[in-house]
Design a protein around this ligand. Structure first.
Ligand code: NAD
Length: 248
């Protein structure tokens, strides 16, 4: 571990522009389970894809039931050492923005300005109408859901209201994809943290950075699909690896 931390420290010191790319693994320390680890969310529930959500009221009710079942977990989660280390490097001016697949809002909570968190898969701490895009707070949805036991539709346009996340089968947000590409192509160090790197197109960014000339670091407990192209691969716990880079 110490050797890996030292090598990472040297690469961070040598870099001018560092772009982190995070997945569910950075948030397990905060108490939010990832998808693919043993005990992860997918070992319990098959995900509801976008088409199903749109087509079926039952699917929408089930999606909201699951979301509210996770509410205490999301509400209690606080940034872990990984989030805090990245926030420290951001404050030091080394990181312009973080690209994340996470939906838990923890980078913002650790001190990143909302504009500097590029959320590829959206955010689960609020909701939007899938028709007109109107934003709704979860408390608003909950009140209606608890009232009639059914997922609410948008009072403006009558389309379904969904967490502001990107489901399987749903289009990726164009602005975020564009910003992530620019970040990946204009950094000298790209660090993929806590992602199995199997969900595309998000998993394309480490490769894009590498092809544009950046050095690539992968930090993940398990092997990932892109270990073979990385300049440094650290198969250790994220909190342990990034803890030494936390500055308060
Ligand atoms: P994933 O579940 O596919 O991969 C997570 C990886 O992190 C795994 O390979 C696991 O070994 C590793 N990991 C877990 N805890 C770790 C730790 N403490 N130290 C080191 N490694 C650790 O997650 P993904 O690649 O992000 O893709 C899943 C999708 O699920 C994402 O697109 C995201 O939208 C969504 N998701 C988000 C959250 C969240 O917001 N916190 C949680 C679950 C799923």
């Amino acid at each position: 571990l110490q050797d890996a931390v030292d090598r990472l420290g040297d690469m961070i010191a040598a870099a001018r522009v560092i772009v982190p790319f995070t997945g569910a693994g950075i948030s397990t320390e905060a108490g939010i389970p990832d998808f693919r680890s043993p005990g992860g969310l997918w070992t319990r529930n098959r995900p509801i894809d976008f088409e199903e959500f749109v087509a079926s009221r039952d699917a929408r009710d089930e999606a909201w039931r699951r979301r509210f079942a996770m509410q205490e977990t999301f509400a209690a989660a606080r940034p872990g050492r990984g989030h805090r280390a990245l926030a420290s490097l951001y404050r030091a001016g080394k990181i312009p923005a973080v690209i994340t697949q996470n939906i838990d809002n923890l980078h913002q909570e650790s001190g990143f300005a909302p504009d500097h968190v590029v959320e590829l898969h959206g955010n689960t701490t609020y909701a939007r109408c899938i028709g007109c895009g109107q934003r709704y707070e979860l408390a608003w949805v909950r009140q209606r859901f608890d009232g009639d036991g059914a997922a609410p539709d948008c009072p403006v346009c009558a389309e379904p209201v969904k967490t502001a996340t990107v489901s399987f089968g749903q289009a990726m947000p164009e602005d975020e994809m564009q910003r992530a590409a620019e970040l990946a192509q204009h950094c000298d160090l790209f660090v993929a943290i806590g992602s199995s790197l199997v969900v595309w197109p998000a998993a394309g960014f480490p490769l894009m950075a590498k092809q544009a000339g950046a050095r690539l670091v992968v930090i993940n407990r398990e092997p990932t699909d892109q270990d073979d192209v990385a300049d440094l691969v650290i198969h250790q716990d994220i909190g342990e690896v990034l803890g030494p880079f936390v500055r308060n």
